[in-house]
Design a binder for this molecule. Structure first.
Ligand code: SKM
Length: 511
C-alpha cells in the first residue's frame, strides 16, 4: 500500500448473504477494510450472523452497531448491543466502533479481554455542524481519555471552510484518527485523508450505498482521485463552484496530472463564498483552482493579480497560487476555449488558420451576462463581431453591453429579435444543464434565424438548445469542445507543461 490511509467499504445490506457478497466485491474493488453495519441488518441474530460474517472474511473487519440516537438504525437496549460487539471482538474482528457517549461502559466490559491485534474505535457524530477548533480538540482529548485506540470524529459541513478545522485536528492528533466532515461541502475531508494523515476513509461500493452523507465510491477514490498516490506533499487543485457535482473537471485533470506524473490531486469544491474559501485555504498546499458559476466574477476581486485579458473580460476561471510568493493570480481560459471552438465549428474542415475570423462582421448574440457571458462577449468583439447581450435581468445585459459596445435585450425580447439571418447564438447560462435538461433559454421557433448555435453547457453534451437548433437547421457547437480547450489552458497554467490533448479528448469522449 502506498498511501497510509485505509480504504473502508461500509456494508449496509439488509441480509448477511448480501453483506458477504458485498464483502467479496469490496475486496475486488481494492478495499483494505469493510465496516459491518450490524444495525442495517433486518433480522440480526448475533451469534449465528457474526460467525457467518466474520469466519473466512476476505478483508479485515470493523464492526459497528450504531444506535438511532447516534444516527444509526438500532433501536434496542445497549446491553444487547454491547454483547454483540464483544462477541465480534472475541471472534477476531480487527476493529469495533463504540460511541463516545457509552464508551466508558463498553471499555469496562472488555477491559483485560482485548485480543492483541484488536483496536477500539471510539466515535462521535455531529449531524448538524462542525464545532470550533477548541471544541474539536477537547473532543479528541475526551475520546483519548476514555481509552480509544483510534479516535473517530464525524461532523457536518455547513460551509467548506469547516473542513479546515478537521484537517488541523487530524494533523495534530497524537493517536490514529478518523476525522471526516459529512455532506457535499465536506467531500474533501474524505478525498484528502492521506494528505493530512487520516487513519481511514470510507468509499462505497456503488452510489446509493452510503452509510453517511458525502461518501464517494471506492472506485472514484481509487480511479478518479488516485487516492493511493496522495501523500503529505501532494498539491491540491480543484473546481470551485455552486453547484459542482456535475463537473467533469476532476475526472479530466486528475487523469491528466497522472499521465505526466504531476504530484497533485484535483477535487470538487462546493463553495458558497469565494472570499471566505480563499482566505481559509491559503496554504501553498492549495495550489490552484478552476472557477465556475457563480464565482467567476467574484474571483476577479479575490485574486492578488489578474492577467490583462481576464481583467478586460472581468471574469476569472483559473486561479494559480504563484509558488514564489503565494499570491493568487487570475486568468481566463474560457475566452480562447470558447471562441476557438466556435470558429473551428464554423470553419469545419476548411483552413483553420485563415487570417480572418469567421465571426468578423457577424451578429453574435450572447445569452447571459455572468462570467462566461463576459468571456464570450469580449471574444466575439475581439474577432470583429457585432455583439448583442440577452439576459433575464435587463440591467445586467445593459452593463455588459455598455462595457463592450453592443445592444442589450431581455430574454423575452430575444424571442422576437431577428434583424437578419445567419446570426450566431451562444448560451452562457446554466439553463439546460443537468439535471434540468428539459429547460432551454430560447424557443425552437426563434432558433431558425441562427446559422450557428453554441451552448457552454456540456452536461449533457447535446442540450435541448442544441438539439432544437440542429432541427431548425443551424450548425451546432457543443460546450464539450470549449470545456476541453479551457481545461487544456488550465492544465498548462497549473503545471507549466503542455496539455496531453489526445488523452483529455479520449477521457471526455469515453464518459
Ligand atoms: O470555465 C470552466 C471551468 O474552468 C470548469 C468548468 C467545470 O468544471 O464544469 C466549467 C467552466 O465554467
Amino acid at each position: 500500500m502506498e498511501g497510509s490511509t485505509l480504504l473502508c467499504v461500509p456494508l449496509v445490506a439488509k441480509t448477511v448473504e448480501q453483506m458477504a457478497a458485498d464483502m467479496a466485491a469490496a475486496k475486488a474493488a481494492g478495499a483494505d477494510v469493510v465496516e459491518i453495519r450490524l444495525d442495517h441488518l433486518s433480522a440480526f441474530r448475533p451469534r449465528v450472523d457474526l460467525e457467518f460474517l466474520l469466519k473466512g472474511r476476505p478483508l479485515p473487519a470493523l464492526v459497528t452497531y450504531r444506535p438511532k440516537w447516534e444516527g444509526g438504525e438500532y433501536e434496542g437496549d445497549d446491553n444487547q448491543r454491547f454483547e454483540a460487539l464483544r462477541f465480534a471482538m472475541d471472534l477476531g474482528a480487527e476493529y469495533v466502533d463504540i460511541e463516545l457517549k457509552v464508551a466508558e461502559e463498553f471499555v469496562r466490559l472488555i477491559s483485560g479481554k482485548k485480543p492483541e491485534n484488536f483496536k477500539l474505535i471510539v466515535s462521535s457524530h455531529n449531524y448538524q455542524s462542525t464545532p470550533s477548533s477548541e471544541e474539536l480538540g477537547s473532543l479528541v482529548a475526551r475520546i483519548q481519555a476514555v481509552g480509544a485506540d483510534i479516535v473517530k470524529i464525524a461532523t457536518t459541513a455547513v460551509d467548506i471552510v469547516d473542513v479546515t478545522r478537521m484537517f488541523q485536528v487530524i494533523v495534530h492528533c497524537q493517536v490514529p484518527m478518523i476525522g471526516l466532515v459529512m455532506g457535499e461541502r465536506g467531500v474533501i475531508s474524505r478525498l484528502l485523508c492521506p494528505k493530512f494523515g487520516g487513519y481511514l476513509t470510507f468509499g462505497t461500493l456503488d452510489a446509493g450505498k452510503e452509510s453517511a452523507p458525502g461518501q464517494p465510491t471506492i472506485s472514484d477514490l481509487r480511479n478518479v482521485y488516485n487516492i493511493r498516490k496522495i501523500r503529505a506533499d501532494t498539491k491540491v487543485y480543484g473546481i470551485v463552484g455552486k453547484p459542482v457535482g456535475h463537473s467533469k473537471s476532476p475526472i479530466l485533470h486528475n487523469a491528466a496530472f497522472k499521465s505526466v506524473g504531476f504530484n497533485a490531486v484535483y477535487v470538487p469544491l462546493l463553495v458558497d463564498d469565494l472570499a471566505n474559501f480563499l482566505s481559509a485555504y491559503c496554504s501553498p498546499d492549495f495550489a490552484g483552482f478552476s472557477c465556475t458559476i457563480p464565482h467567476k466574477e467574484a474571483a476577479v476581486t479575490c485574486c492578488d493579480e489578474i492577467d490583462p485579458i481576464a481583467k478586460s473580460i472581468g471574469a476569472v476561471n483559473t486561479i494559480v497560487r504563484r509558488p514564489a510568493d503565494g499570491k493568487l493570480v487570475g486568468h481566463n481560459t474560457d475566452y480562447i476555449g470558447a471562441i476557438s471552438a466556435i470558429e473551428d465549428g464554423i470553419r469545419g474542415s476548411r483552413a483553420k488558420d485563415a487570417a480572418v475570423s469567421p465571426l468578423a462582421g457577424k451578429l453574435f448574440v450572447v445569452i447571459g451576462a455572468g462570467g462566461a457571458g463576459k468571456a464570450l462577449a469580449y471574444g466575439a468583439k475581439e474577432k470583429g463581431a457585432r455583439v448583442v447581450i440577452a439576459n433575464r435581468t435587463y440591467e445586467r445585459a445593459r452593463e455588459l453591453a455598455n462595457l463592450i459596445g453592443g445592444l442589450a435585450l431581455t430574454l423575452a425580447e430575444l424571442e422576437s429579435f431577428h434583424p437578419e439571418g445567419g446570426m450566431i447564438l451562444a448560451n452562457t447560462t446554466s439553463i439546460g444543464m443537468h439535471p434540468n435538461v428539459k429547460d432551454t433559454p430560447l424557443s425552437k421557433q426563434a432558433l431558425k434565424y441562427y446559422a450557428v448555435v453554441f451552448d457552454a453547457v456540456y452536461t449533457p453534451k447535446v442540450t435541448r438548445l442544441l438539439r432544437e437548433a440542429k432541427e431548425a437547421g443551424a450548425a451546432v457547437v457543443s460546450g464539450e469542445e470549449m470545456f476541453i480547450r479551457q481545461a487544456m489552458g488550465q492544465f498548462e497554467l497549473f503545471t507549466g507543461l503542455a496539455a496531453p490533448e489526445s488523452l483529455m479528448r479520449n477521457i471526455i469522449s469515453s464518459l
